[in-house]
Ligand binder design. Structure first.
Ligand code: DON
Length: 319
């Protein structure tokens, strides 16, 4: 399809090219039966595996959709760069760099070895130890912290989001490992608040319900300097956005972040074990996908394939 980069306000592919790329990817992968739902959080194993939704939001606030794009699911780790942005905005980027680090760990997302190696430093906000420490660095009482967390997620999605209570209860009952990680990060003084409270707020944050359109809107907010293109609200200080995207580019897709960068030409993205992926094409658009079955690295199989195809078909690769 024809790709017109000079159309409308800002630059980017034409609307018909975007909808065609989205429909092509949806048609190509909707029947693909590969991967497996996460099951270490019992409630995630029960989500129907065949859900598949894709959405794109462009700089003029247009929303493109295919499939189950309004189906809600728990955001899980896709929340991590958003709370990192909150802390960078509130306390400065240096706090994140100094407290949890901004490098990829080369270890799985809930690795305790990675914590031990550098006493809780030299990690990043997108792995569990860094994410729990990030939540533990948000200022205020537990209620104030929660209101800031749900507030920034809602502002980025452009609607009031809610917690998926069954997922929250399920994870809270089975998150012994995260509690150990929180206690260890606290022992290394990576955050000032009570570790049990930080882990609980982190668990609630991971249980926020979103749909593919919400993820695409959040991604578009990051693609356009922190301004939500649908609501027009300036949610993030533009100066912190490049740092957030850089962390996503290096560590957003777990151990496959290098492979992902290779196949997308450097699209910053973040996946979650609920099956969501948020992908940012700076200055052009945001993509959100939902498909529960994950590959061995923990990334949604159909979501990855759809985003790779869409970005390449629209020649939207950043590099
Ligand atoms: O803490 C956990 O294990 C989940 N709430 C989130 C994990 C996830 O999505 C992967 N993280 N990078």
């Amino acid at each position: 399809p024809e790709v017109a980069f000079a159309q409308g306000r800002g630059s980017g592919p034409s609307s018909s090219a975007i909808q065609a790329a989205l429909d092509n990817a949806y048609g190509k992968y909707r029947g693909l039966n590969e991967g497996k739902n996460a099951d270490y959080i019992p409630a995630l194993a029960e989500v129907p595996s065949n859900f598949f939704g894709i959405a794109i939001v462009t700089g003029d606030g247009t929303v493109y959709q295919a499939g189950d794009s309004k189906q809600e699911f728990s955001i899980q780790s896709v929340s991590k760069p958003i709370t990192a942005a909150l802390v960078m905005q509130e306390s400065g980027s240096k706090l994140i760099e100094d407290s949890v680090g901004v490098d990829a760990t080369g270890q799985v997302f809930n690795s305790i070895t990675a914590v031990e190696q550098y006493r809780g430093k030299e990690m990043n906000p997108l792995v569990n130890p860094g994410a729990i420490a990030t939540v533990g660095n948000v200022k205020g009482t537990p209620d104030e912290v929660w209101n800031k967390i749900i507030g920034i997620h809602s502002d980025m999605a452009g609607r009031q989001l809610q917690v998926n209570q069954p997922v929250y209860q399920s994870e809270a009952a089975t998150n012994q490992r995260n509690r150990a990680i929180g206690a260890l990060m606290s022992a290394y003084e990576r955050f000032p608040s009570d570790p049990a409270v930080a882990v609980d707020l982190y668990t609630r944050q991971c249980s926020i319900n979103v749909n593919a359109v919400d993820l695409a809107t959040m991604a578009a907010t990051l693609a356009f300097g922190g301004r939500n293109p649908v609501t027009k609200k300036q949610v993030l200080d533009p100066s912190i956005v490049p740092g957030v995207l850089a962390i996503m580019a290096t560590a957003g897709m777990y151990d496959d972040s290098g492979k992902w960068a290779f196949h997308t030409g450097g699209v910053p993205a973040k996946s979650g074990v609920g099956g969501g992926i948020l992908a940012v094409v700076p200055g052009k658009f945001g993509i959100g996908t939902f498909a529960p079955p994950l590959d061995d690295a923990g990334n949604s199989v159909r979501g990855q394939k759809a985003i790779i195809d869409i970005v390449n078909e629209l020649k939207a690769n950043p590099y």
